[in-house]
Design a protein around this ligand. Structure first.
Ligand SMILES: [Zn+2]
Length: 162
């Protein structure tokens, strides 16, 4: 089966729609190219009240008139997650674990994450938001409370020399 390709032009009605406008502004702040596929996925997530899985995203895209393949949805979600635009949560049930996704529009959920030297105690904030998000997601997956500050213990450059 050939996956259907998404149209590449941003529909003009998105400029008049508050969610569509917000999604565009938000995506322009990232190095990701603004594509209809990415924006359509973000829009589905932005309109969902709770985190949703890839199948639900695909259903949302079909309802929006943007049918695509599940593989494409997964690829886009992964890109968005890598740029910390989308947050992944693991939902557990009797059938196992599935990934659910939510956008991080508006004020970002603050997740303090830092490196701490095991000798002098000097701290340095983890600068990459995508990495901090992934660390928080991994900690959450292991059952850690991510409202707490995440600390990666290592040794600073100065102490390593001694
Ligand atoms: Zn140190």
């Amino acid at each position: 089966m050939q996956p259907m390709l998404l149209p590449c032009a941003i529909p003009p009605e998105w400029d008049n729609d508050p969610v569509g406008r917000r999604v565009q502004e938000w995506m322009r702040k990232t190095p990701l190219r603004l594509t209809i596929g990415r924006m359509a996925v973000v829009k589905v997530l932005a309109q969902a009240q709770t985190p949703v899985d890839a199948e639900a995203v695909l259903r949302g895209l079909v309802e929006q008139g943007n049918p695509t393949s599940l593989a494409t949805v997964y690829r886009i979600l992964k890109e968005l997650e890598q740029h910390a635009l989308v947050e992944r949560e693991w939902h557990h049930n009797s059938l196992g674990t599935r990934s659910c996704y939510a956008v991080k529009l508006g004020p970002q959920h603050k997740r303090a994450c830092c490196f701490q030297c095991d000798v002098c105690g000097r701290r340095r904030k983890v600068a990459e938001p995508a990495l901090a998000t992934q660390l928080a997601a991994a900690a959450e997956h292991e059952g850690y409370n991510t409202q707490q500050e995440l600390v990666v213990v290592s040794r600073c450059a100065a102490c390593s020399k001694n």
